[in-house]
Design a protein around this ligand. Structure first.
Ligand code: UDP
Length: 493
């Protein structure tokens, strides 16, 4: 007979690689703490993390994936296109949303059939607040962003400071935040600049959050404590930081290598090469250059990055993707040959085992688009960053890294764009080079940044240990959820 103290949970990630990865890590943390976990996803998306789940199950944890078939033929998509990432053709995105809408009924049925005690769903499934209410169980909403980013968006929604400036490039201050943070209109996401359908979606999400038991972030108290408190205050909701989830859920090399590993054929060959190459380099001498799971640059931007890296004189690993826009003139292949011959650089085409790379002692810093997972992973590794925000809430995350934590140098990105567009801005090699120099040249500011990054890395490690903030949060949350279950059982009795 089921014991009333045992908790059964369903986790429902969104259909994008970088939202799936941290939510699955969280699901694994709940399983690590004795909760019975079922992750619901579609077949192709399951390949992103099934190795990790198999590993956990073999360790005796009560965790599994429940796979549902994506209705590709119904929405006119070829098989396998069921996630938002770098490989998603732009014209197919609306069809993926259509498929997701069709799946809603199946998901809802599963919630009824599996009878969980609580559900944890991505923010992009706001309808699950109603289902949880119908089932009389708590819903926790996962945010794929930082507390600062959510607080900043809230500030713009409340006070519209961007409407008080005369031009798109004039700076304004974000009102009512713990720090004085300045931005321009061009750096704001389009849905915050002026209303569009996404603005409506974000409103619905916020409203669903208010009707939830609380929210979960891949963050930790010491990383952004003022914003952690601020967010809870302005939203009037409960929230728990459980990060860094990458560090906590992926303790050994097998976990780290399995993470987000959708493309085995490419990855396996690379692994040997990059590791050997990195191991031959001095400590803290290599830049890791990556722009996440969703970005493609136009060819002209790839050329600027290549020159900046080569001219910097530093070692680098660059995770590079062609843009598929037919501009390719063999430049990147030539570049790869050249930097291989000079032994200065290593190119990884496609997917890189980021966690393993970042923890290698040869890595000395990153060039990053400020995707939230990558920011948390670099903090965890104690590495300073060159920040190059592109889309989503990256420009807000840059504020945290550069202005609040002071562990980064901005490349000077001026313009927000959509994840599946190139935008009009091409950052010049000189600007990229200047930021790299400040980060890697061992100057006074560089030394101070490294000290601060190291202190945060130590704090991250403490947060997930017994007595640490994230550790306490998960224990307390599980205790609360058990009490809710128990009180319901008693009411029924
Ligand atoms: N990632 C990886 N290898 C890659 C690219 C990305 O392992 O080649 C992982 C990275 O470690 C992070 C996630 O994918 O966990 C990317 O999320 P992030 O929020 O940084 O950026 P996004 O993909 O949303 O732009």
């Amino acid at each position: 007979m089921e014991k009333s103290s045992e908790l059964k949970a369903i986790f429902l990630p969104f259909l994008s690689t970088s939202h799936i990865i941290p939510l699955v890590d969280m699901a694994r943390l709940f399983a690590l703490h004795g909760v019975d976990v079922t992750i619901i996803t579609t077949s192709h998306n399951a390949t992103i993390f099934e190795k990790s789940i198999d590993l956990d199950a073999s360790r005796g944890r009560s965790i599994r994936t429940h796979v549902v078939k994506f209705p590709a033929s119904k929405v006119g998509l070829p098989p396998g296109i069921e996630a938002f990432n770098v490989d998603t053709p732009k014209e197919m995105t609306p069809k993926i949303y259509m498929g997701l809408a069709i799946l809603q009924k199946d998901f809802e049925q599963l919630f009824h059939d599996l009878q969980p005690d609580f559900i944890v769903t991505d923010m992009f499934h706001p309808w699950t607040a109603d289902v949880a209410a119908k089932l009389g169980i708590p819903r926790l909403m996962f945010h794929g962003a930082s507390y600062l980013a959510r607080s900043a968006a809230h500030s713009v929604e409340q006070y519209a400071p961007h409407l008080n400036v005369k031009s798109d490039t004039e700076k304004f201050t974000l009102p009512d935040l713990p720090d004085r943070l300045e931005m321009t209109r061009l750096q704001l996401p389009d849905w915050l600049r002026s209303p569009n359908p996404y603005t409506e979606l974000m409103k619905t999400i916020k409203e669903s959050e208010k009707r939830s038991y609380g929210s979960l972030f891949n963050s930790f108290y010491e990383l952004e404590s003022a914003y952690y408190e601020h967010y809870k205050k302005v939203m009037g909701t409960k929230s728990w930081g459980l990060g860094p989830v990458s560090l906590w859920a992926n303790q050994d090399a097998l976990d780290k290598a399995a993470r987000g590993y959708a493309k085995e054929e490419e990855g396996k060959e690379e692994e040997e090469g990059w590791l050997k190459w990195l191991n031959s380099k001095p400590e803290s001498s290599v830049l890791y250059v990556s722009f996440g799971s969703m970005n493609k640059f136009p060819h002209s931007q790839l050329v600027e990055i290549a020159h900046a890296l080569e001219d910097s004189g530093h070692y680098f690993i660059w995770v590079v993707r062609k843009n598929g826009e037919g501009e390719d003139d063999g430049f990147l292949e030539e570049f790869e040959k050249r930097v291989k011959a000079s032994n200065k650089g290593y190119l990884i085409w496609g997917w890189a085992p980021q966690l393993l790379i970042l923890e290698n002692p040869a890595i000395g810093g990153l060039v990053t688009h400020c995707g939230w997972n990558t920011v948390v992973e670099s903090v965890n590794a104690g590495l300073p960053m060159v920040t190059w925000p592109l889309f989503a809430e990256h420009f807000f995350n840059e504020k945290l890294v550069v202005d609040v934590l002071r562990i980064g140098v901005g490349v000077g990105a001026k313009e927000w764009r959509n994840w599946n567009q190139f935008g009009s801005e091409v950052v010049k090699r000189e600007d990229i080079g200047n930021a790299i120099a400040l980060l890697m040249d061992g100057g006074e500011e560089d030394v101070e940044m490294r000290k601060r990054a190291k202190a945060l890395s130590d704090a991250a490690k403490r947060a997930i240990k017994e007595g640490g903030s994230s550790h306490n949060n998960i224990l307390q949350l599980i205790q609360d959820l058990k009490s809710i279950k128990l009180s319901k059982t008693q009411t029924v009795d």
